[in-house]
Design a protein around this ligand. Structure first.
Ligand code: MTE
Length: 380
C-alpha cells in the first residue's frame, strides 16, 4: 500500500518570511539581510523542491532498506524516534545558489544568494539502521529515494527524486536520517517525516521525504546525478562528468547590502562563510575591489559542516562608490575563487561577488538605523 497521496502544488503562504522564487513547486530563499545569529530559523530557511510536496500519511509511512543486504528491513517513524538520536549542525546550500548572478545565464531556478541556511538536524545515524545486518560485499552505493515524483523536461513520464551516496559516505556516523530540524519535527517543506542529511555536501544529496534506501552493486545512473547536478571536468585523459558533491568554500557579505548609501565613518561589515565539511580557517575582506585583502574577526562558532559569522570594521572617508568583497579560506587552505568556473555551468557558484555601496560625506545621507560605528581600535 502506498502511503503517498498525489499532492496538488500548494503555493507558499503570501506572508512567507522566505523570498519566493517559484510557486509551483515552491522554491524560496532565505532573506540573508534578515539573518541574525548562527542558526537560520526554520520558517525562513530556503526551500528547494523539484516536484510538489508529497502528502504522507505518517501512520502508513515506512523507511525501507532493500538490495544487497541480508534481509530487507523497514522502520516506522516512532521506531526511528525511539533509537539513540544524533544531532548534526550543518549548513545546507543548494548547488545552484547564486545562479542569477552568472554572466552567462544558466538554466534552472534563478536563485539570488539565499539558497543557503544553517540548522540543527537530529535523528538517527543511517549506519545505526544497518547495524547487525550483513551488507553484501558487492554493495557499492546506497540510493536514497524520495517520495516525491513528477515531470522533468526532456524525460518521458514521471520520475522520482533519488540520489546515491558511496557506501563509506552513507555509513559515516554524521550521515543522518533527520526527523527534526532546529528541535522541532520536520515541516512538510523540509521533508517531513524524515529526510537524509549529508553534511558538507550540496543540498541535493540531502534527500527529503525519504522512503527508501537501496543498496546497489553498480554506480547509480538516476536523473539527478547524470542529467542534472553534474559538472564537466577536463584532464589529460579527456573530458569527464563529475557528480556535484562536496560544498566549496564561500562567503557572503550580509550587511551593508548592495546599493546601500552609507555616511562616511566607521562601519561594521558583517557576513557569513562556510567550507563544506571543513571549518572556515579565515575570511578576508577587501574594500578596493580585490586589490588588497585583510583578515576579519570570526564571530561565530568554527565548526565543521557549518557556516561561521564574521565582521570587519571598515573606515571610509572617500565619497562615491566602493566595491566590497569577502573571501573564505577553508582549513585545508582552499581559497574562495574570484571567478566562476565555466565548467561548473549553473552549479557550484562560489566566486566572490562584489557588493557596491555609495559613501556620502556631506552629512545629508542617513546612516543605517542599526549601524553602530565601530571603534578605531577594532580594526582587524
Ligand atoms: N529531496 C527530494 N525528495 N526532492 C527534492 O526536490 N531537493 C534537493 C534536496 N532534497 C529535493 C530533495 C535540493 S536540490 C536541495 S538544495 C535540498 O533538498 C533543499 O532542502 P530544503 O528544501 O529543506 O532547504
Amino acid at each position: 500500500m502506498s502511503s503517498v497521496a498525489p499532492a496538488n502544488p500548494v503555493p507558499p503562504p503570501a506572508d512567507s518570511p522566505r523570498k519566493i522564487v517559484t510557486t509551483a513547486p515552491e522554491n524560496s530563499e532565505t532573506p540573508l539581510d534578515a539573518q541574525r545569529g548562527w542558526i537560520t530559523p526554520t520558517e525562513s530557511f530556503f526551500v528547494r523542491n523539484h516536484f510538489a510536496v508529497p502528502q504522507i500519511d505518517l501512520a502508513a509511512w515506512r523507511l525501507r532498506l532493500t538490495g544487497c543486504i541480508d534481509s530487507a528491513a523497514e522502520f516506522r517513524w516512532d521506531e526511528l524516534d525511539a533509537m539513540p538520536q544524533r544531532s548534526v549542525f550543518a549548513t545546507l546550500e543548494c548547488a545552484g545558489n547564486g545562479r542569477s548572478y552568472l554572466e552567462q545565464r544558466a538554466a534552472g531556478v534563478q536563485w539570488g544568494r539565499g539558497a543557503v541556511g544553517n540548522a540543527e538536524w537530529s535523528g538517527v545515524s543511517f549506519r545505526d539502521l544497518v547495524e547487525n545486518r550483513q551488507i553484501d560485499e558487492r554493495a557499492l552505493e546506497i540510493v536514497f529515494q524520495g517520495a516525491d515524483q513528477g515531470r522533468e523536461g526532456g524525460v518521458e513520464g514521471e520520475i522520482s527524486f533519488a540520489r546515491s551516496l558511496p557506501l563509506d559516505v552513507a555509513l559515516h556516523p554524521d550521515t543522518v536520517v533527520a526527523l527534526r530540524m532546529n528541535g522541532e519535527p520536520l515541516t512538510p517543506g523540509h521533508g517531513r517525516p524524515a529526510r537524509l542529511i549529508m553534511p558538507g555536501w550540496y543540498g541535493v544529496a540531502s534527500v527529503k521525504w525519504l522512503a527508501g534506501a537501496a543498496f546497489i552493486d553498480r554506480p547509480f545512473d538516476g536523473y539527478f546525478q547524470t542529467v542534472k547536478y553534474t559538472v564537466e571536468r577536463h584532464s589529460s585523459f579527456g573530458k569527464s562528468c563529475e557528480i556535484v558533491a562536496a560544498m566549496r568554500p564561500k562567503s557572503e557579505i550580509i550587511r551593508p547590502v548592495h546599493a546601500e548609501t552609507l555616511k562616511a565613518g566607521r562601519h561594521y561589515v558583517e557576513g557569513i562563510a562556510w567550507a563544506g565539511s571543513e571549518t572556515v580557517a579565515a575570511v578576508e575582506f577587501s574594500c578596493d575591489g580585490g586589490c588588497s585583502w585583510r583578515r576579519v574577526e570570526l564571530t561565530g562558532p568554527q565548526e565543521p559542516y557549518c557556516w561561521t559569522t564574521w565582521r570587519a570594521c571598515w573606515e571610509v572617508s572617500a565619497e562615491g562608490k566602493h566595491a566590497l568583497l569577502s573571501r573564505a579560506i577553508s582549513s585545508s587552505g582552499e581559497v574562495q575563487p574570484m571567478r566562476h568556473d565555466p565548467l561548473n555551468g549553473g552549479y557550484i557558484i562560489n566566486f566572490s561577488r562584489p557588493i557596491e555601496v555609495t559613501v556620502c560625506a556631506r552629512g545629508d545621507c542617513w546612516p543605517r538605523a542599526s549601524d553602530p560605528q565601530c571603534p578605531p581600535a577594532h580594526h582587524s
